[in-house]
Design a protein around this ligand. Sequence first.
Ligand code: C5P
Length: 361
Amino acid sequence: MASNVIAIDGPAASGKSSVAKKLASKLNIVFVSTGSLYRALAWKAIGNGLDTAKLSEDPSRLASFLSTTEIAYEKPQGESDYQVKIDDVFPMEKLHTMEVSAGASNVAKIPEVRKYLLDFQRAFAAKGNWIVMEGRDIGTEIFPDAKYKFFLTAAPEARAKRRLMQDGGTPSEEEIARVASQIAARDEQDRTRAVAPLRQAEDAFLLDNSELDLEETLSVLLFHIAPEDGGKVPTVLRYRVPYADTDNMGVVYYANYYRYFEMFRTEFMIDAGYPYAKMEEKGIALPVIESGCSYRSSAKFEDVIEVTGRIAECKGVRIRIECEIHCGGKLLATGFTVHACLDRKKGKLVRVPAILSSLMK
Ligand code: C5P
């Protein structure tokens, strides 16, 4: 049983390792980059003068290569992060050359290599601690029973840009196109290989993070992790009814419930890491185009009400948010607002920001 695994799979440069690392640090658990295991094997093979593309052609050489290799995942002295160790060496940044990247993709096609690393990964998780494991086949082959599974992807250009930005500077259009085609070639090799091809597990949460920054991506992941496992606690707006909110009958005036819905939305967006102010900075507004409220009971001056809610639907340019209001465990009202997503400058309807559609459960 691998319920202690948070699996994050996806193609190259989809931001998996950055977000997996952040998530692990937020949850205070170990982050395992399984790509580094394949890279370490490729690095050793290249160092031994072996052609990674032909390694599988000589089964006895492959067998002796694997049987004389010792892989571990440990913290190097003085470092805070775990790293792959191969035959007592931490290759660290040497694993990130173009040659090793291509070699890793080559060795990753070999069934014996995958079996060797599958055993290693399962043994690592069997120690019982919660881990975030990032790779290509974690949710499908290594831990099909992982408690949480995410599949991260992004448009090839967005991924190429991110990879180039890591090296600093502003990449040119040609550079982006060149790296995008290298990434696409590696994806193709990972997707079409016979063993453990890159694919989304059926029960994985798919997140296209082309338009999301790292913090927003992390926020979406935390939203889909249960609070008892360190994920986000659902937003609850608690509010003490002031005198000014009541009417001549001594209860909350019906129209105020729409204010409460709005106050909830503000809190919800802050909790989601996408406050209204940030959205408006990006030139997006969410005017209400439809609303409704059904009243069951009333609240009085000094009562404490609790407003909860969720994104119930996200379709194209429309988003529907549903709310419930309780007081002392009693349901007072249920209601909804439907918003259109507007580009304020152009005065045109636009698609709902990806972060909001990703926050629908
Ligand atoms: O994630 P990273 O780019 O470091 O992975 C290097 C290569 O290792 C990938 O291109 C892929 O071919 C292989 N890999 C894999 N399965 C994993 C992780 C990585 O096949 N779980």
